[in-house]
Design a protein around this ligand. Structure first.
Ligand SMILES: [Zn+2]
Length: 61
């Protein structure tokens, strides 16, 4: 499983979107767009599928 991340445009840091997917199996229609309240800067960021990237579980988590 990979955690679906976006990059905070304010801080340039990765943010966890709260979703997990088996990345190779991910479908473009599954992760199309969304928004979340950024834990780093407190703003709401909207994102689209091309802006997300996977972060493997098992790192610092
Ligand atoms: Zn942010």
């Amino acid at each position: 499983m990979s955690r679906i991340m976006i990059t905070c445009p304010e801080t340039g840091k990765p943010i966890y979107t709260g979703m997990n997917f088996d990345w190779p199996a991910i479908e473009p229609c599954v992760v199309q767009q969304g928004s979340l309240t950024c834990p780093r800067c407190g703003q709401v960021h909207e994102w689209r599928d091309r802006e997300v990237f996977p972060e493997e579980d098992g790192g610092e988590a």
